[in-house]
Ligand binder design. Sequence first.
Ligand code: IMP
Ligand code: MG
Length: 176
Amino acid sequence: MNEDIKRVIFNEKDIEKIIDKLAKEINNDYKGQSPVAIGLLKGCLPFMSDLVKKFDFDVKIEYMRTSSYVGTESRDVKIIGHVPDVKDMDVLLIDDIIDSGKTLKEIQKLLLNMGAKSVRTCVLLDKILPRKIELNVDYVGSRVENEFVVGYGFDYNESYRNLPFIGVLREEVYKK
Ligand code: IMP
Ligand code: MG
């Protein structure tokens, strides 16, 4: 497994530092509030689990599952199953990474339509790339080059999510 990794971008210590920084910002903004943190499965799992432990305000934990597929014209974001009740709630939407931005944009819109009082967004990584979708993400852990990353929740064909670090996959793995 580790032999499939070309380069480690963030080791465990780096990730811890990023999460500490994010938690500080979030604790500051949600002081005295009781928001619901909604994680987008499954990529958010290690990240969200480490992040919420650092929150010092009252927070509820929820999740949603989304999937995106390539259609003939554009990629659609689909929600699979459970949708939490967010009416009149402050929502902190947590995802692993923004790529095109479509997932976060669509889910944010949906939650606001469902009556959420506010929806802020938080991602561990933000890919540096020209983005067609305009999206303001409130909390960004770190920006990364436009490379395919795995580990710490990030998968390739559902594998590598359990690696404790974030790295770039070797090209040979894609070509297999
Ligand atoms: P988008 O912002 O709607 O394009 O999609 C973001 C989703 O694509 C993320 O939640 C990830 O599941 C997936 N994704 C994007 N880039 C990567 C990557 O480098 N590694 C693993 N998953 C990725
Ligand atoms: Mg995802």
